[in-house]
Write a protein that binds this ligand. Structure first.
Ligand SMILES: Cc1cc2nc3c(=O)[nH]c(=O)nc-3n(C[C@H](O)[C@H](O)[C@H](O)COP(=O)(O)O)c2cc1C
Length: 405
């Protein structure tokens, strides 16, 4: 597999517990360069020109987000690292935090300098509590070496809600409230944590920052495709022989990623991007992985011929219905109605009318839900209807084992 390591370059190379090993390489040189040789605006320009887009799922241009926060007025500004990693099938942020936490700390400090913030938070997934002591220690080591003189970092632990990875619910959670999606606008760069300008970036997004500052925007922008610059870290799991974390140039083909890890002829379908991601059949294995085509947060779950597509979609919807925060009706009710219908198909009791309702409901949810959960929850259902329609047809009422009675 043609791996290209930018984000994971230090993983397995440095000792994540000892700052000295990070400093032996180019540790904190990017922060030094940014602070000593560049204005905050120049840092933001560099990130904008690099074309770096968010790796947390939505793909928003990173430099533009930072610029909006830089220009916004507030008595404080905040940098939040989204380490909630609740997406089904993702484990890359954990892998990075375990192996190279120093780069993240450095990147957050650069972000603070760029937007004019002296306070950052790492919002850590509750299940990753075992990383709390490592991260606290890493921050303390950086403080002792005076790398965090201008920027302080705190850690906040989530409590296991998928929705708290969504940026506005995440801020509610840090503020000590129940995590619920906020109405937008205003967007976080204008009014975020405690109504102050805030940038929220995924762990992987931030990991690119020091290398862009050191090597320049032009270097980064030459990697990848027209609208998808750099690399992506993928989490491959499911029916593969070597599940794991792999970093590839954006635009690489799905085939590059999964073939060799699985026996190709046995693959039935692949779910890309987690619970709200896309489901594609094996014959689309030559799809490039990029923001232009299909990507999400980097989860790639492989299902072999023994798996049942309706069962898989049903379980996915069960998760989404359970995790919906309940604030908006289309998501709260829509996921439950979809679940009911999928249950009917599981019990071989679906109808043609159910299919029509699934399609109509899918449009309503996509157009009117408050956040990405409700907007994208229908994706697996719609994809399974498009690519695996016969699975539904075979489970209609009055159809027994594929034969109309
Ligand atoms: C239901 C839901 C869950 C999310 N979970 C995460 C998550 O665990 N980690 C993450 O980085 N982004 C998550 N996001 C995306 C964030 O809202 C946000 O777009 C992201 O943190 C921005 O960072 P980026 O621009 O660096 O990608 C989630 C979004 C939704 C709708």
């Amino acid at each position: 597999m043609p791996e290209k390591r930018i984000v994971l370059r230090n993983c397995g190379v440095i000792d994540p517990k000892r700052i000295a090993t990070y400093l032996d390489g180019d540790g904190f040189k990017a922060l030094h360069k940014a602070r000593e040789e560049m204005t905050p605006e120049a840092v933001i320009d560099e990130i904008k020109v690099s074309g770096l887009r968010g790796r947390g799922g939505a793909g928003f241009p990173c430099g533009l987000k930072w610029e909006l926060a830089r220009k916004a007025h507030g008595y404080e500004k905040y940098v939040i690292c989204n380490a909630d990693e609740g997406e089904v099938g993702t484990f890359k942020d954990r892998y990075i935090l375990e192996r190279d936490p120093f780069t993240l700390i450095e990147a957050m400090s650069i972000a603070g300098y760029a937007i004019g913030s002296n306070r950052g938070y790492i919002y850590l997934r509750g299940e990753y509590h075992y990383l709390l002591s490592l991260l606290t220690d890493v921050i303390n080591q950086a403080k002792e070496k005076e790398f965090l003189e201008h920027f302080d970092i705190d850690i906040r632990l989530g409590a296991g809600a998928y929705i708290c990875g969504e940026e506005s619910a995440l801020m509610d959670s840090i503020e000590g409230k129940r995590g619920e999606v906020r109405y937008r606008p205003p967007f976080p760069p204008q009014s975020g944590l405690w109504q102050q300008p805030t940038i929220i970036n995924n762990v992987e997004t931030l990991m690119n920052i020091p290398q862009i500052i050191l090597n320049g925007a032009r270097w980064f922008s030459q990697l990848g495709t027209e609208q998808s610059k750099g690399t992506k870290v993928f989490c491959v799991s499911g029916d593969v022989e070597k599940p794991g974390v792999y970093e590839l140039l954006l635009g690489s083909h799905l085939r590059d990623l999964v073939e060799g890890l699985a026996l190709a002829e046995k693959i039935k379908m692949i779910q890309i991007g987690g619970a709200t991601g896309r489901v594609i059949p094996y014959d689309m294995i030559d799809t490039p992985l990029s923001f232009e085509t299909i990507l999400g947060a980097g989860a790639v779950t492989v299902f072999d011929e023994s798996r049942d597509v309706i069962d898989m979609v049903y379980r996915t919807m069960e998760f989404l219905a359970e995790e919906s925060c309940g604030k908006c009706t289309p998501c709260r009710e829509g996921t439950e109605v979809m679940l009911d219908i999928l249950r009917r198909f599981s019990n071989r009791d679906g109808t043609e009318r159910d299919i029509i309702i699934l399609k109509e409901l899918s449009n309503v949810m996509a157009l009117s839900s408050l956040c990405g959960l409700g907007q994208a929850a229908p994706n697996p259902v719609m994809d399974s209807l498009e690519y695996f329609r016969s699975a539904y047809d075979n489970r209609m009422r009055n159809v027994k084992a594929g034969v109309v009675t």
